[in-house]
Design a protein. Structure first.
Length: 155
């Protein structure tokens, strides 16, 4: 994942060193390039972490008032990791530490992306369970990025 998500707290921050957080200088250099070139609304697609996320990408996550440069959509796994959960433990605390996280859950499913000249739309399709047949599928959340405007908006 490109966003630098603090999984600890302000006194003892914790970051995944197996994601872009472990390469913060390189990530800042890449996002700075996008900001300096004024790319209007870049999209980052990410997967392979078995959870859903929507993140506004900043050059410096320690300055939350800085402008959003890009939007990241992270897709869960279809069936790996068991049934998953809608609200992972500690979700409210994690969201309070990371105001750029627009959405997060750990249900199973997939994400569809529809791109038109006016917007990018991601629909997070999830199922209740994977351990037996017949699970209903629902759209858990939908977000759009409008053309020329970086940052995710709930649809």
């Amino acid at each position: 994942m490109m966003a630098r998500v603090n999984r600890g707290n302000s006194e003892q921050p914790r970051f995944s060193m197996d994601q872009w957080s472990g390469y913060d200088v390189s990530r800042k250099r890449l996002v700075s390039f996008l900001a300096e070139r004024r790319v209007s609304n870049p999209i980052v697609l990410t997967g392979d972490i078995h959870s859903n996320w929507v993140n506004d990408i900043k050059v410096d996550f320690d300055r939350p008032d800085d402008p959003t440069v890009a939007t990241e959509f992270v897709c869960t796994s279809i069936s790996s990791g068991g049934n998953g959960v809608d609200r992972p433990g500690g979700l409210d605390a994690m969201l309070s530490q990371n105001p750029f996280v627009r959405f997060h859950n750990a249900q199973r499913g997939y994400t569809t992306c529809t791109v038109t000249p006016s917007e990018w739309r991601s629909d997070y399709r999830v199922i209740e369970y994977v351990d037996r047949p017949g699970s209903p599928m629902t759209t858990r959340a939908s977000f759009v990025v409008e053309s020329g405007r970086a940052g995710a908006q709930e649809a």
